[in-house]
Write a protein that binds this ligand. Sequence first.
Ligand code: S3P
Length: 166
Amino acid sequence: MSNIVLVGFMGTGKSAVGRLLAKKLNREFLELDGLIEKKEGVSIREIFEKKGEPYFRKLEKDAVKAVMRKKDIVISAGGGAIIDRENLVRLKENGVIVCLEASPDVILKRTEGSLVRPLLNVPDPKQKIKSLLEKRKDAYKKSDFCIDTDNMTIEEVVEKITGFCL
Ligand code: S3P
């Protein structure tokens, strides 16, 4: 069995789904953002604030390189990770890529008030969500499977993934 890599926009449930999926499959769960924070010793928000997005993307690329050598684990990639083609190719090398999707309204509801997502910390987050989704949609479509999570519970999404991947 290869890795299961969860991708998709912020607020689509990658962390919650990944955690439960890994538990059910008795596999290790790794979050790229978690690896980055551990390595840098600061939060993603602080990295964006102090060093900027291009620096974060470089760290994200390093994190992808580090996890691509792993086998049989569940990985949650930050919402922008597979927009970089090299990252997508590396993650696909020994992983099934599952994209979690949600509508702008649901994403807004799930991310509202959260200070941990610097890209949505703007005066009009809904507009930002819409424009980023539009920019990223072709990249997300390159996943092996896509799941619309709007009306699904975390358990239901996990069940669907195990149906696809096992
Ligand atoms: C980002 C998503 C975030 C995090 C960073 C950038 C993005 O992860 O990597 O804030 O570009 O969509 P989540 O998708 O887990 O929120």
